[in-house]
Design a protein around this ligand. Structure first.
Ligand code: AMP
Ligand code: ZN
Length: 514
């Protein structure tokens, strides 16, 4: 085969006994342990974005599932080879409903209003790729080991097409080269879309007389007018969308990989076609475990430009949202269920991230200046971290993991002012490990100064606290006019007060979704 395994440096991470990561596997329809072909080394491929526009927060929900898998695997001492691609050619507008139908998303973007900003489609791809990387960093996602691009793997895709034709699994027509799904009896094993079912279902929208059967999918499209085209044994054209992920996964991770991910819409046809191509090429199982993230909804609805509820990370950051709070809100629900992103969820996430930041600052101050004394936290923080990790190992139960982590932050904040050096050290270790696992305390890699933190309140923490106490005293004395005035004054300075069972807390006000 074409592939050569990509080597990485040996891991310096600690081994963590027999802990294992359990995830829902779309193929076997059950939660099962992720099996590693090579002990202690996870080979993971997650489908990345098509760079025809800014990635939206739904895309990021899926990328964050991959990020959490990487972080959780590393937390139990696995070395992770993580590959996430960039699709910059061949993803057609109707690829989800019919084979090779519609126009290339990249070409359509160039003809749109936004496209007027670019000289050509290559420049457009480059721009949105760097925008993606910025947003990726803002939301504190781990960089993949490789971020391969479809356009840079043309040779591999053409060779794979040749090999599939040679194996009689693909055939050429006047319009392109198609994979013969009947040559691969396992077609349909991931999605349940059998060849029989396909004849009368989703993919019969476009009838292409040149194909032997409707379900056969494109490996190569002949197109002399396409803006991105390469010369192949079948003339000028471009590859089908599914082929890039087969060749790039196998090139960088080997013919059999441990885990493959993406959003729920990729189960069919994209991943089904990847399996058929890869297993025919190598004669080996392609992937043992398939993980798919359910869609993000915004205010209960599917995100769409037409519904006006379509948000990118930069939209929200531009309105003052804290990037780590966006991250927090996007991971607050388990990936196997739809998640509803609302003003309330973003605002709750903002207060929670603020709690982690304050705990971090309190601990840093104590490390600088605290005196000797007992570690008041005893094993409490250690136990909370272990519970958070267990939750993540159990099919990425982020809601439980975040709740445990938050309980730890609250425990630290309750001891503010009385923390000894020893206690500060165990609190620091807790926050560091929580951050490595969930990425919500601080950025792993510092952002440029202008973006590092959300808009600062016009007044400092001590003064806000003093005003909160004055407001509590005013309420007690039934001077509601004064209490309201204090709330309004803080509101005008960008501070929102929340009355909770644990007392009044303050948060920096954030973006609104409406
Ligand atoms: P695309 O840029 O269209 O290739 O999509 C990149 C990734 O985002 C794919 O894995 C999609 O399945 C995923 N995705 C698209 N929309 C959503 C959504 N609303 N929620 C979660 N994931 C999504
Ligand atoms: Zn893919």
């Amino acid at each position: 085969m074409l592939s050569k395994e990509y080597k990485t440096a040996p891991s310096k991470l600690p081994r963590m006994g027999d802990k294992t990561l359990r995830l829902y596997d779309t193929m076997s329809r059950q939660v099962k342990p992720v099996k590693l072909l090579e002990p202690g080394h996870l080979r993971f491929y997650s489908c990345g974005p098509t760079v025809y526009s800014y990635a939206h927060i739904g895309n990021f929900r899926t990328f964050l599932t991959a990020d959490l898998i990487v972080r959780t695997a590393e937390a139990i001492g696995w070395r992770v080879s993580y590959v996430s691609n960039i699709t910059d050619v061949g993803h057609l507008t109707e690829d989800d409903v019919a084979d090779a139908a519609g126009e290339d998303k990249m070409e359509r973007a160039l003809r749109s209003k936004e496209g007027e900003n670019f000289h050509n489609v290559w420049e457009l791809a480059e721009y949105y790729e760097s925008a993606l990387q910025e947003d990726w960093q803002r939301l504190n996602l781990r960089e993949p080991m490789v971020r391969p691009k479809a356009t840079q793997h043309m040779r591999e895709q053409i060779l794979a097409t040749e090999e599939l034709i040679g194996k009689k699994s693909a055939y050429e027509t006047p319009t392109g080269v198609y994979f013969d799904v009947e040559s691969f009896p396992g077609y349909g094993k991931l999605s349940g879309n059998t060849q029989e079912g396909l004849k009368s279902s989703v993919r019969d929208v476009v009838a292409d007389d040149n194909k032997r059967r409707q379900a056969d999918f494109a490996l190569w499209k002949k197109d002399e007018k396409h803006l991105m085209q390469w010369f192949s044994p079948y003339g000028w054209g471009f590859p089908g969308w599914h082929l890039e992920c087969s060749v790039m996964a196998m090139k960088y991770l080997g013919e059999t990989i441990d885990l493959h991910g993406g959003g729920e819409d990729l189960i069919f046809p994209h991943h089904e076609c990847e399996i058929a191509q890869s297993e025919t090429l190598s004669g080996k199982p392609f992937c043992d475990h398939w993980v798919h993230t359910r869609f993000l909804l915004v205010n209960g609805e599917k995100m769409s430009k037409r519904a006006g509820n379509f948000y990118t990370v930069r939209d929200l950051v531009g309105r003052g949202a804290d990037p780590l709070a966006i991250r927090y809100a996007l991971i607050s629900g388990v990936y196997t269920k739809n998640l509803n992103f609302t003003d309330q969820s973003l605002s709750d996430a903002t207060s929670n991230v603020e709690r982690f930041r304050r705990a971090d600052a309190v601990v840093d101050a104590a490390l600088d200046s605290a005196g000797e004394g007992p570690d008041v936290f005893g094993s409490t923080l250690e136990d909370l971290y272990e519970e958070a990790l267990e939750a993540m190992l159990n099919d990425l139960n982020t809601s439980v993991a975040l709740a445990k982590a938050l309980e730890g932050a609250r425990t630290i904040l309750r001891e503010e002012g009385t923390i000894s050096k020893a206690a500060a050290q165990s609190a620091k270790s807790f926050l560091d490990r929580v951050n490595a696992l969930l990425g919500i305390v601080r950025h792993d890699v510092a952002l440029p100064v202008t973006e590092a933190a959300p808009a600062k309140p016009a007044i400092d923490g001590a003064r806000i606290q003093a005003r909160i106490e004055e407001r509590a005293a005013a309420k007690k004395a039934k001077d509601f006019a004064l209490a309201d005035a204090i709330r309004r004054e803080l509101d005008a300075a960008g501070i929102e007060l929340r009355d909770t069972p644990e007392g009044t807390v303050w948060v920096v006000k954030t973006a609104s979704l409406s």
